[in-house]
Design a protein. Structure first.
Length: 330
């Protein structure tokens, strides 16, 4: 299938192209309380093609993308490529070069044992210390072994292997005829059993406390501590302003080597893009355009060090070796 798409793309006369092939082999489980209600296996594939077209005068470049069904016929592929080639001519961006192959080989990874990962999730939930007042109503587990292959007209041909998991949990808490439900959703690579149990125990305690809640007293001015998702949203402000697209569009005034703020108190911010983050489902070896991902310091002690982003806007800023990060640490 991929070889046929390559042949059609090469014969189409387009300026450049990319093929992203993502295969997912997964298991799904649906539990009511702790009784298995349904389960199924899945094996899916998504093939997305992106086409680039350079204007005849070399003054602009455009691109367009679309998914092609793995069962598509040769005629259907040819029509899709033809449509993409035309649509790409309607976009007028400043010219930029496409990502070339890297001398550094991307880490391919290895196959994930979805049976072991699934068992870890089931075991973790079954070991929760439930009570008559707080327990698990239901939960759903989705575990996949993902194989992603990227092929480009510039000669990139990389493959990465990684796990991707999600568990949805509904917690019940009840007291004196009153009952509430709390929903939690966790996305990860494999199962972080300790972290999952810790957070679900906290959720059950939170449900118990909600049932005996009283009006908040007047406290005046107090310090506020942001944690988990709330803290991530605050820190994402800094990482987003390091995006080459925002800098080029003058939506960010960050400059390399210039402090983001001179008049402040407290700790200075350091932000890093990490190739691997413990238990992340985003430990990718390369970005969506084929650039190899590596550990990079974006901001150090409040001073921007390296902008990150896609090939187009990075090249506009003269950052030919940039990439799109997937894991951010603060």
């Amino acid at each position: 299938m991929l070889e046929k798409i390559k042949q059609i793309l090469n014969a189409s006369g387009v300026y450049g192209w990319e093929i992203n092939d993502v295969k997912k082999n997964g298991w799904e489980f649906y539990f009511i309380r702790h009784e298995l209600d349904q389960h199924r296996a899945k094996n899916v594939e998504h093939v997305t093609v992106k086409v680039y077209q350079m204007a005849e005068d070399g003054e602009s470049i455009g691109f367009a993308s679309e998914e092609i069904a793995p069962t598509a016929s040769e005629q259907e592929i040819e029509k899709t490529v033809s449509d993409l080639a035309y649509r790409a001519t309607l976009v007028k961006n400043r010219p930029f070069t496409l990502t070339p192959p890297s001398e550094e080989k991307a880490a391919e990874g290895k196959a994930s044992d979805i049976a072991d990962i699934s068992a870890d999730f089931i075991r973790a939930v079954s070991e929760l210390p439930e009570t008559e007042g707080e327990d698990i109503n239901s939960y759903e587990i989705f575990v996949s072994d993902v194989i992603h292959r990227l092929i480009t007209s510039t000669g990139i041909d990389e493959t990465e292997h990684y796990p991707s998991s999600m568990i949805e949990v509904v917690v019940n808490a009840r007291r004196e005829g009153h009952e509430i439900e709390l929903y939690r959703n966790y996305e990860s690579g494999s199962c972080d059993a300790a972290g999952l149990k810790r957070d679900l125990i906290k959720t059950m305690n939170y449900g118990r406390d909600r049932l005996i809640a009283e009006p908040t007293p007047v406290n005046g001015k107090i310090d506020v501590l942001f944690s988990t998702d709330n803290a991530c949203q605050i820190y994402s402000y800094f990482s987003e302003r390091m995006n080459a697209a925002l800098v080029y569009r003058q939506m960010s005034d960050y400059e390399i080597g210039k402090s983001i703020c001179d008049d402040f108190t407290g700790d200075k911010v350091t932000v890093k893009a990490l190739r691997e983050l413990a238990n992340s489902s985003e430990n990718h070896a390369f970005d969506e355009e084929g650039a190899v991902i590596r550990d990079t310091v974006m901001i150090e002690d409040g001073v921007p060090k390296q902008f990150l982003g896609g090939r187009m806007f990075s090249s506009y800023l003269g950052l030919e070796n940039s990439f799109n990060p997937t894991n951010i640490a603060v």
